[in-house]
Design a protein around this ligand. Structure first.
Ligand code: HEC
Length: 441
């Protein structure tokens, strides 16, 4: 008996070992481990479910800031870059064949309700996965969507669930849960020119002041001007510390000419930024024709989700020139350093709660992403991410709880809240076909 259990144990161990040794496509890297760099190693936080249950916002916000301090600290080899830059990208995990970014910065037009891809794209994004999340994707073969007719790796599970649809419980129709250590990020960047010769040529970056921006039906987009609902205020970014000394304001002319205004001048180092070198110049110009050698991409926003609670813990950070004022600045610890102290933060851990002052479902959005899209100012990360399924549904900003039994999920496999695992209602992921089911006994 003991021999048999030893054999089973050995087999189990060999499976674990085999899994650990399967290389994940992409570069050799030292994936920064978030646990080592959060305060007192408090990731994953064991008290998070209790904090959610008691709606202990202070504890949850403190934890979110602690995660931020960890994410933005240097990596294991003391490379002077936030640890997430060593994490896996979509190019590593999803490209056909999976690839290295090859020195590219790997930015793309953000995919939101629809990809924000009108060129030149002012807002760009890049998604990062930590090692446990990347492992779950590779081991679960969740990184390929095949054209109709070709069975996809998720196909067996989908076919099994779809064919047995009426006999399964709605809450069981989902991919295997990611481990609690999983973290996924979506970073948001804007271009800042270094080519100014006078203050009037400084790049204008919009600043989100909720009290002075009227929510627009088509979203509030400072660049495309498709509605009257603009952002009320801008800053002018100074990339040359030796210039414009003693000058507090500069006249900026954002895309919306109605908004010509005296904007406060802020130095570049108030942002986390990346300079455009010859390696990424072509890529940058493809996305934004105005990009030149020596210009900068500045990080204006950062979405984070962690699997510490079953439906993920959703956190968003965005840049502001008065980062110490208001409720979104609250609880920021001294462990958040340097340019990272210029970002505000909001959280969500439920589709409804805590309710807004008017009793409507909890709102959490990033002005530099969801703020640009229709319905974005009333949305909650979870209600939209909840709709990630195979075959795909379209992203939707409608707030409020979506139950497991929602008819939209009929004959669809829930993809664990991650949109990058779906084709957004496209045609790559074939629809349910009853003919693919084995005959019922
Ligand atoms: C209207 C829908 C919508 C809303 C609201 C939304 N997202 Fe997303 N999110 C998306 C889409 C679409 C993607 C793109 C996936 C990709 O790039 O392949 C995405 C990507 C992400 C990613 C990368 C992982 C993934 O799902 O592929 C993270 C992390 C993320 N969002 C966090 C958030 C947070 C935090 C909020 C709330 C503050 C939020 N999102 C609100 C639609 C939404």
């Amino acid at each position: 008996m003991r021999k048999i259990s030893a054999l089973i144990l050995a087999l189990l161990m060999s499976k674990v070992w085999a899994q650990q040794s399967t290389p994940i496509p992409g570069p050799k890297r030292t994936p920064g481990d978030l646990q080592e760099v959060t305060e007192e190693g408090e990731f994953p936080a064991s008290d998070l479910p209790a904090a959610v249950q008691t709606r202990n916002t202070v504890r949850l916000r403190r934890h979110a800031w602690s995660i931020f301090a960890g994410l933005t600290s240097q990596d294991d080899n003391k490379i002077k870059a936030p640890i997430f830059l060593t994490w896996f990208t979509k190019a590593n995990l999803f490209a056909e064949p999976p690839s290295e970014d090859k020195g590219k910065f790997g930015l793309e037009p953000p995919k939101q309700v629809v990809p924000l891809s009108v060129a030149p794209v002012a807002t760009l994004s890049k998604v990062f996965f930590n090692l446990p999340a990347a492992r779950a994707i590779v081991d679960g073969m969740l990184n390929t969507l095949q054209p109709p007719g070709v069975p996809s790796p998720t196909q067996p599970e989908r076919v099994r669930l779809n064919c047995a649809f009426g006999d399964t419980r709605p809450e069981d129709r989902h991919i295997k849960d990611f481990p609690a250590q999983s973290v996924v990020l979506k970073t948001v960047w804007r271009l800042v020119s270094a080519g100014d010769t006078k203050p009037g040529e400084l790049t204008a970056i919009p600043v989100w002041d909720p009290e002075s921006n009227t929510p627009g039906r088509g979203g509030n987009n400072p660049d495309l001007s498709y509605g009257p609902e603009q952002w009320s205020r801008y800053v002018a970014v100074n990339t040359h510390p030796d210039r414009y000394k003693g000058l507090a304001h500069a006249l900026v002319r954002p895309k919306d000419s109605r908004n010509v205004q005296q904007a406060p001048i802020v130095p570049l180092d108030r942002f986390y930024y990346k300079q455009i070198d010859s390696g990424i110049l072509a890529e940058a110009q493809r996305l934004n024709r105005a990009a030149k050698l020596g210009d900068y991409f500045v990080l204006v926003g950062l979405h984070v989700t962690t699997k510490e609670i079953p439906n993920w813990f959703w956190i968003t950070f965005w840049w502001h020139d008065h980062p110490d004022a208001g409720p979104f600045a609250a609880n920021r610890p001294s462990s958040v350093l340097g340019p990272w102290r210029n970002y505000l933060m909001n959280i969500s851990y439920d589709m409804e709660f805590p309710e807004e002052a008017d009793g409507s479902p909890h709102v959490n959005f990033n002005p530099y992403l969801e703020g640009l899209t229709p319905g974005g100012l009333k949305t909650n990360c979870m209600t939209c991410h909840r709709l990630s399924t195979s075959p795909g549904l379209r992203p939707d900003t409608t707030p409020g709880t979506i139950l497991d039994s929602d008819p939209r999920f009929d004959h669809r496999l829930k993809m664990g809240f991650l949109w990058s695992l779906t084709d957004f209602g496209g045609s790559k992921d074939p629809a349910y076909d009853p003919k693919s089911c084995p005959p019922r006994q």
